[in-house]
Design a protein around this ligand. Structure first.
Ligand code: HPA
Length: 277
């Protein structure tokens, strides 16, 4: 286990590297989920930094899948976007999955938008729908805050009773209506993956109140809340969860749906950013 001092030094070194490359203070962090990376292209005056150049950022396990930080402006807001995230199922430790969020925190970024591709459990959802996350259920079997608490970063027992900012969600629902989308909100259940769920697991998730299922987001949100950040979450429903339809699940289908939804997603995210910062 890495010592507290070692970790805080690592966060500080990553922060210094990034702050030396940019002129302004970013006000918002955005994490783009699988297939949703295209949003970052619309930023103006971009600084693009491959993850592998940032001190102590986890090294990608997948060739050609390294990911980039893209820092730039949108509607005169200076933001920092992660194009690609580190998933627990890839074998990263929780401290690695959440390392970028800690770097955002120590950089003074107080607001975070998390996005993901998710399976739809709620029968009202269809592939291509965007759903605001109103709460989550952590079924990953791990919590990124396990271990010695770094009290300079946050409390031992952080409150998660409003993990996803209520005011932002209300504004987000209005935006969705204005854009002609269904104003959807739901509970996201996080599984460790990488296998998709069985129909029995999906029935279980439905019973315990989940509307969406995925393999990411929750670790980053837990760490962001521990660090006192405000969070907004949005899922792109890419498929009916296992057993909800006859259809078999595939990653290719997930990516195909995110690609098809890209324009709507980018438009919605751009408007959501305006209500957060
Ligand atoms: N299950 C888990 N993760 C997912 C799914 C799913 O059905 N779709 C996209 N990510």
């Amino acid at each position: 286990m890495l010592k507290e001092k070692a970790l805080t030094t690592m966060f500080a070194e990553a922060k210094k590297y990034l702050m030396d490359k940019i002129q302004n203070q970013p006000v918002l962090g955005v994490i783009l989920g699988s297939g949703l990376g295209g949003f970052a292209e619309i930023l103006e005056n971009k600084t693009v930094i491959p993850y592998q150049n940032i001190p102590h950022f986890p090294q990608s396990t997948v060739k050609g899948h390294s990911g980039k930080l893209i820092i730039g402006s949108i509607d005169s807001r200076f933001i920092m976007v992660m194009q690609g995230r580190f998933h627990y199922y890839e074998g990263y430790k929780m401290s690695e999955v959440t390392f970028p969020v800690r770097v955002m925190q120590v950089m003074g970024i107080k607001n975070l938008i998390v996005t993901n591709a998710a399976g739809g459990i709620n029968p009202e959802y269809e592939p291509g729908d965007l759903v605001l996350i109103k709460d989550h259920i952590n079924l990953m079997g791990a919590n990124p805050l396990r271990g010695t608490n770094i009290s300079s970063l946050g409390p031992r027992f952080p409150d998660l009773s409003e993990a996803y900012d209520k005011e932002w969600r209300q504004k987000g629902l209005t935006i969705m209506q204005e854009l002609g989308l269904k104003p959807l909100e739901g509970v996201y259940a996080a599984m460790s993956g990488p296998s998709y769920e069985t129909p029995a697991e999906i029935r279980f998730l439905k019973t315990i109140g989940a509307d969406l299922v995925g393999m990411s987001t929750v670790p980053e949100v837990i760490v962001a809340k521990h660090g006192g950040m405000n969070v907004l979450g949005i899922s792109c429903v890419t498929n009916y969860a296992a057993g909800i339809s006859e259809h078999k699940l595939s990653h290719a289908e997930v990516i195909a749906v995110t690609e098809k939804t890209e324009k709507t997603f980018t438009r919605t995210l751009t408007e959501l950013i305006k209500v957060t910062v």
